[in-house]
Design a protein around this ligand. Sequence first.
Ligand SMILES: NC(=O)c1ccc[n+]([C@@H]2O[C@H](COP(=O)([O-])OP(=O)(O)OC[C@H]3O[C@@H](n4cnc5c(N)ncnc54)[C@H](OP(=O)(O)O)[C@@H]3O)[C@@H](O)[C@H]2O)c1
Length: 227
Amino acid sequence: MKVVVTGANRGIGLEFVKQLSARGDEVVATARNPEAADALNALAAASEGRVSVAQLDISDAESMAAFVAGVDSVDLLLNNAGVYPRSGGIGELDFDEVERGFAVNAIAPLRLADAMLGALRAGSDAKIVNVSSQMGSIADNSSGGAYAYRGSKAALNMLTRSLAHDLRPEGIAAAVIHPGWVQTDMGGPNAMITTEESVSSMLGQIDALSPENSGSFLNWSGQDLPW
Ligand SMILES: NC(=O)c1ccc[n+]([C@@H]2O[C@H](COP(=O)([O-])OP(=O)(O)OC[C@H]3O[C@@H](n4cnc5c(N)ncnc54)[C@H](OP(=O)(O)O)[C@@H]3O)[C@@H](O)[C@H]2O)c1
């Protein structure tokens, strides 16, 4: 399987590259700043050619066009890159941060899926998996706040559901997945699970994704989440 992973230089993205390449998949691992991606570059060097590193800033249209031009086919697009903007509470919202949240977490994954449609069509049993968050669940929002993060992930959920409907006739599946509360720079050291646990369990869910269950809001540990 040939996989494109965004935000692959640290956190959950880096662990996806580790586990996918360890099981023999070919991975195009992308980073905003590949020169500084030491852990990823070391992984690529030890991968016997299974991991290649490419520059991609998902909020930069030129960077995206240059990246997409170099990929002929892909079986799994893993839109993992994301931000948790400190957008403030109601009455003191920082709308630059709100816009950045929507640009990176919602619009960019859609733009990349759209730009990679040709490569996905050339792949086999192609899938788009967008890493979302339980915090993007409207049904699960019982505490408010986190406007930029919650709103942008809810938008990502809706955009992914439309992708699932529109691409099902072509045999391309799309889903969102919540990785759990994971020990990364974003999740913090007190998070409940390690990147290893999160990613190994998510890969089981991703492997089971097909046009039949396309359009799901998957949880890392198995069951679907409420929208
Ligand atoms: N950790 C959790 O508990 C948790 C929970 C729910 C959902 N998630 C989701 O899981 C995904 C991965 O999160 P994480 O915990 O691994 O976060 P992280 O450790 O903060 O890593 C975020 C990754 O996204 C990349 N990124 C940010 N903006 C980008 C851009 N414009 N273009 C390209 N790459 C960009 C970062 O690259 P740089 O190094 O260049 O900044 C980094 O590689 C995110 O979508 C996040 O929302 C995480």
